[in-house]
Design a protein around this ligand. Sequence first.
Ligand code: ZN
Length: 226
Amino acid sequence: MNNGNGNHEKTGGMDEFVLSGWEKKNNLLHLPPVMLETTGDRLEKIVRLLLQELGLDVNDQHFRDTPRRVARYYREFTQGQRARPEDILKTFQSTSSALITVSSIDFYSLCPHHLLPYGGKIHFCYVPNGRIVGISKIPRLVHALAARPVVQEDLVENIADAFMNVVNPLGCAVKAIAKHDCVAARGVKCPSAAMTTKAMRGIFQEKQFLCLQFEEAVAEGGTCVR
Ligand SMILES: [Zn+2]
């Protein structure tokens, strides 16, 4: 039985083991019993099954700890599902009503179609409406919302909506430029292809000059050497 923590519980004798719904649904019953461990992390077990299904020797020195590493990687890359923007975006009072831009935020996310990484830069700006946020909170918001399987088109929308909901500025804009491993290393195999996505909210949907100021600030940010 699944004990609610993602692990299994023994229900009887030493070798008795109940498969989870996931395993039944995905027809893993045909696998030899030796592969169904009675202890340990279920995600690690799934990775071990994956390696075995691929015909790899899980006892080889290079694969021995791979299930643990891969399970940790996927947990790290999906922890953003539980992100709470209201806990990240601490605000301060301000009389500023000028464009504020934070550019060249490095980010990585996970393509939900292939579970492969994509990454690049995110540029962000907003016009305050009585409250500003600490500069480090914007990369933190980006990293939190990117740490999950999400298409790049939705990621910029999610960042913009989260910021609008918590900070309530006059408007904000988000631009992501990224390269996708699923485009580079498989399928079409086009490693040079980059995707740009944008999301505009509030005043940025009406005032073209603000969008141009955003682009200028992003270009200036690219020339900053320190
Ligand atoms: Zn993909």
